[in-house]
Design a binder for this molecule. Structure first.
Ligand code: 13P
Ligand code: SF4
Length: 315
């Protein structure tokens, strides 16, 4: 009898498939992946892989990004219901109306958006490169930023850009973290450093020692030598790689306001299971399909991001 892991390995070879996984997926999912990364690194991998099939262990917008960049490849999602509350907070028709209300603005969209929203966008960004992408534009350039209001306000504060209008969207996971509970944890662990994702609300950003993308948080946790305890204010899936990278350090996941709800977990990411991955590779379903006209327009905005990132050496 083959284990699920062995079955996935065998199917992967048979299909010439690559498995890309986000840091928020379950530990066993990350462990069968060929590459685990943040949104920027995953999109860079999707653009350059020579596999015939990409199995995306992540959420829908990530699979779409892979398909936009590699249209000739089969992109499989283990579960099509793996969406994103942030992407859902910005419908393309509403965003088009918002853009029409602000003529002459350069539109920068976070990668956590649908292909239709990316098709309305000039430059895509991720939490790894959002600050640098904004800074790559002239100081007085009017900018629309969507859809995450917390990331948008964070960028506005870091860059000092005044000419920036921000869409009012948010991620349900990062909105749930409780400042009070993080401060209580800090009292219990006074030497702990607070590491936060920029999708968190401003009061949490203000008390953080480091703010960055999932890959940024992981790198900081693995290389910092000033302490050995960290309060991690993002989806706790990322702790799996932190513990692997720094087994002697202590990582404490930040709790949500209601500590019984488990809502600091991204329920969409957790829909990805080994069984669904094996099924997807076996059946070559479900696949991401994007109308070609939308794909071509969305590709331009993602390619602009990748060009700027590679020019600035952001990996
Ligand atoms: P990263 O780009 O930091 O991996 O974040 C993706 C995401 O969905 C955060 O909620
Ligand atoms: Fe979307 Fe939030 Fe889940 Fe990230 S954590 S995928 S932004 S719902």
């Amino acid at each position: 009898m083959m284990t699920l892991k062995e079955k996935i390995e065998a199917l992967k070879r048979q299909r010439n498939a690559v498995i890309l996984a986000h840091y928020y997926t379950e530990a066993d999912v990350q462990d069968v992946a060929d590459f685990v990364g943040d949104s920027l690194a995953l999109s860079q991998r999707a653009a350059t892989t020579d596999a015939d099939v990409i199995l995306f262990a992540g959420v829908h917008f990530m699979g779409e990004t892979a398909k936009i960049l590699s249209p000739q490849k089969t992109v499989l999602m283990p579960d099509m219901a793996a969406g994103c509350s942030l992407a859902d907070s910005c419908r393309a028709e509403d965003f088009a109306a918002f853009i029409a209300q602000h003529p002459g603005h350069t539109v920068i969209s976070y990668v956590n958006t649908t292909a239709e929203v990316k098709a309305l966008t000039d430059i895509v960004c991720t939490s790894s490169n959002a600050v640098q992408i904004v800074q790559s534009l002239p100081e007085d350039e009017p900018i629309i930023f969507g859809p995450d209001r917390n990331l948008g306000n964070y960028i506005k504060n870091v860059t000092g850009r005044q000419n920036m209008v921000i869409w009012d969207g948010a991620c349900h996971v990062h909105e749930e973290f409780s400042l009070e509970k993080i401060l209580e944890l800090k009292k219990e662990h006074p030497t702990a450093k607070i590491l936060s994702h920029p999708e968190c609300k401003r009061p949490i950003i203000l008390i953080s020692d480091y703010v960055g993308s999932t890959a940024g948080l992981l790198h900081y946790a693995a290389t910092d030598t000033t302490t050995d305890t960290y309060i991690v204010v993002t989806e706790p899936g990322v702790l799996h790689q932190m513990k692997k990278a720094a087994p002697d350090k202590t990582f404490i996941p930040a709790p949500p306001m209601d500590s019984t709800c488990g809502c600091n977990n991204c329920s969409y990411m957790k829909l990805v299971t080994l069984q669904k991955m094996a099924d997807a590779l076996e059946q070559l379903e479900p696949q991401i399909v994007i109308p070609e006209e939308t794909r071509v327009r969305a590709e331009k905005s993602i390619r602009r991001m990748l060009e700027i990132s590679s020019r600035l050496g952001l990996v």
